[in-house]
Design a protein. Sequence first.
Length: 339
Amino acid sequence: MTSKTKPTDPYAKAGVNIEMGNELVKSIKASVNATHDKRVLGGIGGFAGLFQLGSKYKNPVLVGCADGVGTKVALSQTHNKIHLTGQDLVAMCVNDMITCGAEPLFFLDYFAASKLEPKSTAKIVKGIATACKKSNCALLGGETAEMPGHYAKNNFDLAGFSVGVVEKSRLIDGKSIKSGNILLGIESSGPHSNGYSLIRSIIKKHQPPDSILQALLKPTHLYTLPILELIKKINVKGMAHITGGGLTENIPRILRGELVAKVSLSSWQLPKAFKWLQEKGRISQAEMLKIFNCGIGMVCIIDQADLVKAQKVLSNHKLRTFEIGSIIKGNFKEQIQYC
């Protein structure tokens, strides 16, 4: 080999650039480290993340969640909003976790793309880090994968994994829900990360106004800190994170026996973005309630006596709430009834 001959990088020729991956790690290191506290041992770059649970809990129960953003990534990519998807990813995991009363401890992400672009990927990871920090959750690690030939063109996908903890005696499992309890709905920021295959098919046929498009691209609300404060101040009997399956399928997941959720559809207004989707997509009310959150991102089941205190706590976090119904007892075919 002469001095003028450059060595061949067979992996780069196959479409995978290792140097790009190293560049990405350097660009996100500060954002990731900003989510760490003394419980995190070591830093970014190791083969595994280390987290010290400590002695805060007497009988700790670990809670694990995994989720993705779905085809909202495609809509966000089309409209140059991929930096917003990081919050969606974190929220979909930690919002599930908080329904058990668990505080998130750490989060890990997985990013896979046809081609790794350090600048755009760094925006996503920094969004993940910001959302983790807002949720008092360490971004403990992650993985990036460049897979040309598997993902078409510039496509990519996101997945997230979170671990949390709750004292066993404080675990919220729905067992104390009873007839007469009320359903307190907490507003969503939009469709969150659900129903976007349908949303995108509607948008292909009907161009939405800018205000509607902005609402559809808005990141998922992070409910962690508001709910953690709420469960310290009142007895929350059960919670439902309204994701895929809408109100219709998610509320019954926390009900036992012959308990039924009776939901009043007149207790809150359907936000404009959902009205636009319903009209342009010609979607029935029943299907809307089964596909989308329809403006209610989280439902808490509480005693009537705790309503005012709960509303005050959530209002302090700039979240609107609605008393959307109550729990009744009855032998119905479905565990949710609309009125």
